[in-house]
Design a protein around this ligand. Structure first.
Ligand code: ADP
Ligand code: MG
Length: 225
């Protein structure tokens, strides 16, 4: 119990820190990247210089990737809890991810979304959904269908995110949510950690069932209001 409290507190601190860091770092990063791009134009003929500059740009993109994917929706302001319509939030995050899904030849199929409200910070809830949907898309490198099923009743909202991708072994499932655990070359290993901590903050939970080579199902359960 004490351990769990400490874990929650730690996640909160990480979350707050991450939010302010992302806010402060994004602008200077964008500006620096712009100037580097200009420099590259001017040094195109110098093979060595151009190589260094390209590597620098790639690394900056990596940093930006972390911010955009995982911290964009965490705003540095104090948490704003409000009633959120599950259907609206799902529609929003799916519209955000549509181009990414299209690029990966993944169709996002939504079903069962009725009326239902949950209590939470809008940006954080969106971040949670985005991180899990994004993983689903990334788990199917050859394309496929990502199913999103939502069912709400007077007590609970259940959102299932189902892919037919790579799947995970029991050991891999157990490692989910550990900061920086990633199996992707360009992964950050922050996505599931953020998603789990958001669900916890909303008094909910996330369950995972997965079969290696078959696919994965994430179930987010949250109290309705
Ligand atoms: P990242 O996506 O940057 O690697 P995450 O925390 O989002 O970080 O995920 C951690 C790891 O968990 C992934 O690298 C992947 O190995 C595994 N994983 C997460 N979601 C899925 C999924 N839907 N299918 C298969 N593996 C997954
Ligand atoms: Mg991820």
């Amino acid at each position: 119990m004490r351990n769990e409290m400490m874990q929650i507190q730690r996640l909160q601190v990480i979350g707050e820190l991450a939010a302010s860091v992302s806010h402060e770092v994004r602008n200077p990063l964008t500006v620096s990247r712009g100037f580097l791009q200009l420099l590259l134009e001017r040094h195109k003929d110098n093979e060595q210089d151009a190589r260094y500059l390209r590597l620098t740009l790639e690394e900056m993109d990596r940093a930006q990737h972390i911010i955009t994917d995982y911290l964009a929706y965490a705003k540095p302001e104090a948490e704003m809890v409000s009633r959120l319509q599950v259907a609206d939030e799902l529609a929003y995050v799916i519209s955000v991810l549509e181009p990414y899904a299209l690029l990966g030849k993944v169709e996002i199929k939504v079903s069962g979304v009725g009326e239902g409200f949950v209590l939470g910070d809008k940006h954080k809830f969106r971040q949670c959904l985005i991180n899990l949907l994004k993983n689903g898309i990334e788990a199917m490198p050859g394309g496929g269908t990502l199913e999103v099923k939502a069912v709400c009743d007077s007590k609970k909202a259940r959102i299932c995110i189902i892919d037919s991708g790579a799947g995970m072994s029991t050991e891999e499932v157990e490692r989910l949510g550990t900061p920086y655990y990633t199996t992707k070359t360009k992964g950050t290993g922050l996505g599931t950690m953020v998603a789990f901590s958001v669900a916890k903050a909303m008094n909910g939970r996330i369950e995972v069932s997965s079969t290696k080579g078959k696919g994965t199902k994430f179930i987010i359960t949250l109290p309705t209001c």
